[in-house]
Design a protein around this ligand. Structure first.
Ligand code: SAM
Ligand code: DTB
Ligand code: SF4
Length: 340
């Protein structure tokens, strides 16, 4: 797999849009021949009161956000949510907890039970629980865990402006433990927190330098939540996320790129452009962790429209131009059979 340096990544990200999308599509077609879009459902298994101070996060205990805090949910609620996700067509089920780190004992044992429930339903199981130890990673793998989500979020330099309660390196260390235990890595970031294009390129470079690359890469657009320090940040321009996704697709062609938080603020056309740029997964379900997501019926329509040839256009063309014959510009009768 080709190695890109920072300069090259920057160059790719700033290419004329047509060229960027062309290159991204070329890679996408080569590595994902069946062109599927994976649907990943998300549930918050433990909500709020997190000791970390991530400036974007409504679940941090440092900020005053209107949020219903909750302890670990019951196995019964978890199973119902997973059954529902499966019924609605999800392939992956991701469980998130607002923890700085996973504690041994009841928390770890309950998470293991949750993973087993999800696996029994034949869903891919993913968790995001904060920092974990090597031993915990091995236990999670043994329980059947497919993937661990742990985002690097942004460049190491900008990270310091967003989070003061932990270091960027801690994230990398946890990711190494996940990989070593044989669990697939899910790691990506957020755009729209005030970072520069260089920060975005650096974030992508770090993900690209991980060998193998993370199997999945969530690209979140900041959801500015009232009460968090980033509440007043304006929404990103749609073309910004498209450039980030297309660049990620080009430099990490085998990874599943997940169009993640912030999708609710995008038009249908922007979401389709994200899929055309190389995104091949979405978070699917009415809620993310604590904020709203797009409706499932809209999403089903979106994927259908994206994948299906529009027969109605072809039929209308035939109706308008006479069943099997049409006139060319020069008035010559031509057969449509050659064209449809
Ligand atoms: N506590 C765990 C951790 O930090 O890894 C798991 C949960 S945390 C909420 C998972 C990810 O959600 C974060 O790394 C961040 O990328 C994303 N996230 C959180 N709040 C967000 C927001 N307001 N807008 C966009 N993405 C957000
Ligand atoms: C990821 O990168 N995005 C998801 C998932 N991994 C866990 C979380 C998005 C959270 C958005 C804010 C919220 O709903 O609390
Ligand atoms: Fe806690 Fe994760 Fe939110 Fe940071 S992103 S405050 S670690 S839940």
């Amino acid at each position: 797999m080709k190695k890109y340096n920072l300069n090259e990544i920057n160059k790719i990200m700033s290419m004329p849009l047509g060229e960027l999308l062309y290159k991204a599509q070329h890679k996408h077609k080569k590595y994902f021949q069946n062109k599927d879009v994976q649907l990943a459902s998300l549930i918050s298994v433990k909500t709020g009161s997190c000791p970390e101070d991530c400036k974007y996060c409504p679940q941090s205990a440092h900020y005053n956000v209107d949020l219903q805090k909750e302890k670990l949910i019951s196995l019964f609620s978890l199973e119902n949510a997973a059954i529902n996700a499966k019924k609605n067509g999800a392939q992956r089920f991701c469980m998130g907890a607002a923890w700085k780190k996973l504690n041994d004992g009841n928390d770890l044992e309950t998470i293991i039970k949750m993973i087993k429930i999800v696996k029994k339903l034949n869903l891919e199981a993913c968790v995001t629980l904060g920092t974990i130890t090597e031993q915990q990673a091995i236990k999670l793998k043994k329980a059947g865990l497919d993937a661990y989500n742990h985002n690097i979020d942004t460049s190491p330099e900008f990270y310091k402006k967003i989070i003061s309660t932990r270091k960027f390196e801690e994230r990398i260390n946890t990711l190494k433990k996940v990989r070593k235990a044989g669990i697939n890595v899910c790691s990506g970031g957020i755009i729209g927190m005030g970072e520069s294009w260089l920060d975005r390129a650096k974030m992508l470079k770090i993900l690209h330098d991980m060998r193998p690359n993370p199997e999945s890469i969530p690209i979140n657009a900041l959801v500015p939540v009232k009460g968090t320090p980033l509440e007043n940040r304006s929404l990103i321009e749609p073309l910004e996320i498209i450039r980030v996704i297309a660049t990620a697709r080009i430099i990490m062609p085998k990874s599943r790129i997940r169009l993640s938080a912030g999708r609710k603020n995008f038009s249908k056309e922007t979401q389709i452009l994200c899929l055309l740029s190389g995104a091949n997964s979405i978070f699917y379900g009415e809620n993310l962790l604590t904020t709203e997501n797009n409706s499932m019926s809209e999403d089903k329509k979106l994927i259908k429209e994206f994948n299906q040839q529009d027969e109605s256009i072809r039929i209308k063309q035939l109706e308008n131009e006479g069943k099997k014959q049409s006139r060319s510009d020069s008035g010559e009768i031509i057969s449509l059979e050659n064209y449809v």
